[in-house]
Design a protein around this ligand. Structure first.
Ligand code: PGA
Length: 264
């Protein structure tokens, strides 16, 4: 895994946005896997800026989101449909029919999950998947003990995750118990993965994910097996990495042709 440590979330988000922008320029009909939560918001803001100011064109891009709460309508302010509309889609020119987010109101959840997997395959697979990480190591909503080969399916959230996400809902008990999430196996099939983590409350889980044993007790750790995975961290999230100095040194000595931020 390539580990990129930057001083601030802004600096990390700029690099992540540039990696995506480079892909969109090189492959205008690329397929992006997107994430929700606090972590990708600054990166989305930067992509919106690139769209507005530099004409970055998303008109042929297809997107798949990692997950959605079961039981929330797309109009619910805490649904991930609403989140994506607010932070990204209302500002970009991704065609509506190219946007895929699991339907949390589906009457037949299993069929919805199977259809989601088929749609990913039909689009040619995901070129780049953006991930945040839960304080317990979840990616998407694949909680600890998730099968590392799992596909899109329904999951029951842990109390920890519901507690972490309660800040968005009026009352902790309003956080849904169930979600539809891409599986770990689904995520692993993306051609490239960007795992973003900010803040000291992610330091322990990121050290375990990047440097610890591969285990379903930390689903993000499976990314060690991914051929093109990058972990992008701010300094507080990198604080517990054993080889932090080595990763900083490697990044500082990247050859020019490997730089992500072009032409700024
Ligand atoms: P966060 O959530 O970006 O809000 O920290 C990450 C996650 O739970 O996957």
């Amino acid at each position: 895994m390539e580990i990129i440590i930057q001083p601030t979330p802004e600096a990390v988000s700029l690099i992540a946005a540039n990696i995506i922008a480079n892909l969109v320029r090189d492959k205008p009909d690329c397929v992006l896997g997107l994430a929700t939560g606090n972590t990708p918001i600054l990166m989305y803001r930067e992509l919106v800026r690139m769209h507005r100011e530099a004409g970055l064109d998303f008109s042929r891009v297809t997107t798949f989101n990692l997950d959605e709460y079961v039981g929330l309508s797309p109009k619910h302010p805490q649904s991930y449909h609403a989140f994506m509309h607010e932070h990204l889609f209302q500002h970009l020119n991704v065609p509506r029919q190219n946007i895929h987010i699991p339907n949390g109101l589906a009457a037949d959840i299993a069929a919805e999950c199977a259809q989601f997997e088929l749609a990913i395959r039909g689009a040619g697979g995901i070129d780049l998947q953006v991930l945040g990480i839960g304080t317990d190591g979840h990616i998407g909503f694949n909680e600890r003990s998730s099968s590392l080969a799992s596909r899109t399916r329904i999951k029951t959230l842990t109390e920890q995750t519901r507690h972490d996400n309660a800040r968005y809902f009026g009352r902790p008990e309003d956080v849904p118990m169930h979600v539809i999430t891409m599986g770990v196996g689904t995520i692993m099939e993306a051609r490239q993965v960007l795992l973003l983590a900010f803040g000291e409350n992610k330091a322990q889980v990121m050290a375990a994910a990047v440097e610890g044993p591969i285990s379903a007790m930390n689903p993000a750790s499976i990314l060690q097996m991914h051929p093109v995975a990058k972990a992008l961290l701010d300094e507080p999230a990198a604080a517990q990495l054993t080889l932090g100095d080595y990763y900083r040194w490697v990044y500082a000595h990247k050859p020019d042709w490997q730089q992500f931020v072009r032409g700024r």
